[in-house]
Design a protein around this ligand. Structure first.
Ligand SMILES: Nc1ncnc2c1ncn2[C@@H]1O[C@H](COP(=O)(O)OP(=O)(O)OP(=O)(O)O)[C@@H](O)[C@H]1O
Length: 529
């Protein structure tokens, strides 16, 4: 057996008898040297020639499969002068290779972008989870360059004095603009409203009379009406149909035919509109659950569920926003959302770091009024919000303070709507210095420049605490929070102390080492004496 010239030809026997004519031809060609050795030498050399580039090609193909193939085609063009490599057979290979080249370049760029995004997110304390998360927005101008935002939004942002996006806006806006569902947790006063209103307006593009296209659910009427105003401000100059679900609206004769692009409502009113007034929500493209953990609490869950079901458009984009996002809510949300992205700014369920927090021991219920009066005497720096446990407590405290020389007012759910609105307006306008309130305004209400929040009654949970004190220290401003506690509240101090410590406040060690209590609402019977 002839020793083959290469590994590929090993084992092949050259049958000279059978191929004698071919053998003779070769001999003719090799006129100058016709010895068998020479033929074998020549054959070997020829085989090596074929073998060499082939082997090389194989190896290179593994290393750089597409580049090598492309180069070879090019070389052949030049050297041989043939157009075979330009034929229709080879063209697609070239294109395919170029495409793959582009793809690998694209991949590299994608990795680089991902790295840049990670650095940017770290810098702004943005934590995300989910697949294919869009790059955060570094600047509002990117709304135009990346998403072709209409000029009216940028103009309105500028008019509102909003220059730079806040971290939640940086990440949530691109997520929603990419058509992804999202649940977001960001500190109080960090601009969550704009984070969902801005992409909503951009996605809706223009007004339409084809039924409700977007719904924002808020747990209270006060928050719904504030969100309504925020939407109007950002939509200024564009004729969107933005509606606040009021009693009047729901009772209008042709209610279901009222044009509406964005509908802002509390769950109860919207459920009523759907079930009793046959409001069609099947075209809703965007659904926002603001203060989502509150909406998922027992008292509201049924109504929210009815609304979510009524929004039956399969391509709907749902988003959940809150400053507190308990694991239970996240789990529940995951069951209804598709491929949602989770965004957490800073630490989950933590208080805004711009609030100076303080705990004050007042002994018993009787000690509170004395402590409050003393606080006001020492320094009253309006506007001040005083939170109490329920409407009875609100009425009682108001009766104690209304004849003092302090301009005080009260807000709770027993008051008629107009009185509630007036209480808010007067507080916003600075006519009221001290507003006594129940948790009805603890969530979402944006009072600019509240200097101090006083928790007259200990909050019933750490999330209630976070939202109450979050009425102060908004949009980067500083604020103060004072929490009174009695002997009866001591057992519940640990949770609040933990929140305080996490946001950088000093807390006595004994509070942190109190035994851990199972979560339950702390609402002891409190009486005025
Ligand atoms: N990018 C921004 N730059 C400056 N101010 C902003 C920006 N975005 C929003 N704001 C302002 O910050 C304030 C708080 O915003 P917003 O009410 O949306 O907070 P939030 O995060 O929803 O708070 P909460 O958890 O209490 O509901 C508002 O007065 C709003 O106008």
């Amino acid at each position: 057996m002839d020793k083959g010239p290469s590994f590929l030809f090993a084992g092949i026997t050259f049958n000279r008898k059978k191929f004698s004519s071919d053998f003779a031809r070769f001999k003719e060609i090799k006129k100058s040297d016709d010895s068998e050795e020479t033929f074998v030498e020549n054959e070997k050399a020829e085989m090596e020639e074929i073998d060499k580039p082939f082997k090389k090609r194989e190896v290179k193909a593994i290393e750089k499969p597409f580049k090598k193939r492309k180069r070879r085609a090019g070389v052949s063009d030049n050297v041989e002068g043939f157009s075979v490599f330009k034929s229709s057979k080879t063209e697609p290979i070239l294109e395919e290779n170029e495409e793959t080249d582009k793809a690998s370049q694209g991949k590299k760029e994608l990795y680089r972008q991902m790295e840049r995004d990670a650095i940017f997110r770290k810098k702004h304390n943005i934590h995300t989870s989910g697949s294919n998360i869009p790059s955060p927005l570094q600047d509002f101008s990117e709304l135009k360059s990346r998403y072709e935002c209409r000029p009216y939004i940028l103009r309105n942002l500028a008019e509102l004095g909003i220059k730079e996006p806040t971290p939640i806006q940086m990440q949530a806006i691109p997520i929603l603009l990419s058509g992804r569902e999202c649940f977001a947790c960001a500190p109080t006063g960090s601009g969550k409203t704009l984070a969902f209103v801005c992409p909503m307006l951009m996605k809706l593009k223009r007004a339409s009379k084809d039924g409700v296209r977007a719904v924002i659910l808020c747990p209270t009427r006060e928050l719904a009406s504030q969100t309504y105003r925020e939407c109007k401000k950002l939509a200024k100059g564009k004729k969107f149909y933005i509606k606040l679900m009021t009693k009047q609206l729901v009772n209008t004769a042709e209610f279901s035919k009222v044009p509406c692009d964005i509908l802002i409502s509390t769950p109860l009113r919207l459920k009523f509109a759907v079930t009793k007034r046959k409001l069609d929500l099947s075209r809703v493209e965007y659904l926002v659950l603001d203060e989502s953990d509150k909406l998922f609490e027992l008292g509201l869950l049924k109504q929210v569920d009815a609304v979510v079901k009524a929004c039956s458009n399969p391509s709907i984009i749902r988003s959940l926003f809150s400053a507190t996002l308990p694991d239970t809510v996240e789990e529940l949300a995951r069951t209804i959302m598709h491929d949602a992205v989770r965004v957490i700014i800073g630490r989950k369920n933590s208080a805004s770091e711009s609030i100076k927090q303080k705990l004050v021991f007042v002994g018993s219920e009787e000690g509170k009024l004395i402590a409050l009066r003393q606080t006001f005497q020492e320094s009253l720096n309006p506007p001040v919000l005083v939170f109490v446990q329920n409407k009875e407590r609100a009425k009682d405290l108001y009766n104690e303070l209304k004849f003092s020389d302090i301009r005080v007012d009260v807000i709770h759910s027993d008051l008629p709507q107009l009185q509630r609105e007036n209480a808010i307006d007067n507080f916003r306008a600075g006519k009221t210095w001290v507003l006594i309130a129940t948790d009805v305004i603890a969530r979402g209400m944006d009072f600019k420049g509240v200097n101090c929040v006083i928790n007259y009654d200990f909050p019933d949970s750490s999330s209630a605490y976070i939202h109450r004190i979050g009425r102060s220290g908004r949009a980067g401003r500083s604020g103060e929070a004072v929490t009174f506690y009695t002997e009866a509240d001591v057992r519940y101090l640990k949770n609040i102390a933990n929140v305080m410590k996490a946001s950088g406040c000093e807390v006595p060690e004994w509070m942190l080492s109190l035994p851990k209590l199972k979560w339950r609402k702390h609402r002891p019977k409190r009486v005025f004496k």
